[in-house]
Design a binder for this molecule. Structure first.
Ligand code: URA
Length: 235
């Protein structure tokens, strides 16, 4: 009986994730089919030793990266930006259209909304937050990032985290949550606890785009932000 109930809960969770995670798709503009350039294999990780790079050097490598086929499709890679001594590092999913145009993270509607969340807990990109994504180049048609893309991009994120040493990490959405917690589970399950990555406390919350689409998620996000605030002593 318990296993039937847990399967049922899994199905509901996955449905919720699908609803909350499907927000990135744009309809009708692009096919979402990846054009393989033939100049790089998808799972090739960056060859350099990233551990001795500065933030600027990492950004330069990311802008020139061709470790996966997205490198040949982007207008601009989006390394991430913000304080170099952040209280909190935010990790989103992947650049969208406006980010690809500008080379900056979260500049669209979701970004403006995200700034309001930060403001509510006395955080800001200019002062005490650094924002990056799991993958640094836009997937065509804003489709979900592929496992191989996340794998080849991960060394950059890892190097950024190790360099920035934030006091806490806030993952936005299920892709960031899964990558950082290592849990292959629903966002709802990941939200239930404070995780740890390289001894840094991690909170997983909904992606701002998902919340813009579904205002019922505002309350849980607020709870998560308060928890984050408490972790860094701003609550
Ligand atoms: N959504 C993300 O996850 N990251 C961005 O940079 C923009 C939108």
């Amino acid at each position: 009986m318990n296993s039937i109930l847990s399967k049922y809960r899994d199905i509901l969770d996955n449905f919720e994730d699908l609803e909350a995670g499907g927000y990135r798709r744009e309809h009708g503009t692009e096919t979402g089919v990846l054009r393989l350039s033939g100049r790089a294999k998808p799972e090739e990780a960056p060859v350099q030793d990233l551990s001795s790079c500065s933030l600027e050097e990492l950004a330069g490598l990311i802008r020139r990266c061709s470790a996966c086929p997205l490198g040949s499709l982007r207008k601009n890679a989006v390394p991430g930006e913000g304080s170099s001594k952040p209280e909190v590092m935010l990790i989103g999913e992947a650049p969208g259209g406006q980010e690809d145009e500008s080379g900056k993270t979260f500049v669209g509607a979701a970004g403006k909304y995200l700034d309001k969340w930060l403001d509510a807990v006395h955080l800001s990109r200019d002062r005490n937050v650094f924002i990056a994504n799991v993958i640094k180049c836009r997937p065509p048609g804003n489709r979900d990032p592929e496992e191989s893309e996340m794998k080849s991009c991960f060394p950059y994120l890892l190097a950024q985290i190790e360099l920035l040493k934030p006091r806490a990490i806030l993952c936005l959405g299920r892709f960031a949550g899964r990558k950082i917690t290592g849990m292959e589970t629903s966002l709802r399950n990941m939200r239930e606890k404070v995780h740890s990555f390289k001894d840094i406390p991690v909170i997983v919350t909904y992606h701002p785009s998902a919340v813009l689409r579904n205002p019922e998620l505002r309350r849980p996000v607020w709870d998560d932000l308060r928890r984050l605030s408490g972790l860094i002593g701003q609550g």
